[in-house]
Design a protein around this ligand. Sequence first.
Ligand SMILES: [Zn+2]
Length: 379
Amino acid sequence: MNNKNVSFEPTFREKAVRRIGKFVKKNRKFYFFGVIAVAVVVFVTALGSALYDNRKRLLSIACVLLFFVSSSSFSYPVLPMDVSFVSDSIRSEDVAGTTYVSAEVDAKDVADLETISIDDQTVPTGSSYTKEDADKDPVYDGNGELLGEVLESDQISISEILNTEDETGSKDIEQEDNDDSVAGNTQFSADDWNLMLVNKQHPIPDNYTFATAQISSGGKLCDERILSPLRQMVAAAASDGVSLVVCSPYRSNNRQEMLFARKVDYYLEQGYDYMQSYTLASQAVTIPGSSEHEIGLALDIITDGYSSLDEGFGDTPAGKWLAQNSYKYGFVVRYLKGKEEITGIEYEPWHIRYVGVSAATVMYEEGICLEEFWDEYLY
Ligand SMILES: [Zn+2]
């Protein structure tokens, strides 16, 4: 059908095959290669002419395919954004090599540190605490607490805490907790106020409200429902010769926002871009709206002779006592060692969270954190 073929002009294929034929006749030892060369020429020219003859059809198909590929989501994989505890923390780790850091902040923050101490007659080592390192740069814990030495003037005695008026009465609470924990297979409900899960993936609901109570006459607040268990725990520790100093209990959202914004600024000044700064800040200071301190159920506890919020607290008598006994009063060490990838927060032996005696006992016995407890009992 091609005019050139009709006029017997040799095609490219015919020319090539003829040339190869001549070459092979002269060089018989290349016969095998000649055969291969002919096959290749025939195949390539056949393919080429087939493509050329069908060029319009193939172009149409390519256009249709291109349209579907470009318009569907699979060609643009969506980057995971904080979809799970694990992936989030692993990703965070990659960002800067520094993971779950508690970084330093201005020394003026020391003044902000809210502290309630429980030294006094009941505790043998009473006022052994000194503020010799008070000028040392304080640092934040994973929930934005200011880590550092605690001002002595902020301390309030254990008797003051234990004698503060308490309408609910510790015996009532104790009774409630006992009733609650009688059955080993207690049914937990996701609606239980004390089991509320608050972390980066689970911010505090906008409409969440609770009544606060003063831990002491110093005006430090917590959820009023944990006041009695807290008193019982402090008293029990004191009778074991262990001093527990409560600092940074309830904290308003405004304060959390201020702490977080300052942390982001800190990393921006270090030369990180905004996304990196935000990620790093979220490891050192809880994102506003996702700190347990904002729901009044979390407390940071230090002890006489050791007033820094760092891992070393876990080795103090108070740190060990809390790890072993706090569950009896409904409290758990919220950010356990080895669970960093699940909680997204570094090991914090000082950060105590109220979950109720039943749940705390389960978590203590199984060695699980609150996220794992939810996975196991509440989802
Ligand atoms: Zn804390």
